[in-house]
Ligand binder design. Sequence first.
Ligand code: FES
Length: 95
Amino acid sequence: MIVSIHFEDDQKTIQVEANQRLTKVCDEHPGSILFGCRNIACGTCLIEVVRGMENLAPVMEEEQILLDFLAPANPNVRLGCQCVVQGDICIRVAN
Ligand code: FES
């Protein structure tokens, strides 16, 4: 299945095979989302999911702990380095 990832900051939409890591997609199509550690430690990859939160693989406990610390009041954030894209999404870098 092909899915669409829209990057708001870069004004571009990429179409990829489903169930890929967002890190892999961004490695192949560099843009505004930065990845420091890729391992739930730095928080540089914090993104806001504008549409399609249900199309990302669920949050695991370790990611949730860092999300609660970085953006406790925002239920629409994810760590980009932990996202596996299962359907169409629209994302942007979180402030
Ligand atoms: S790249 Fe460091 S937490 Fe995602």
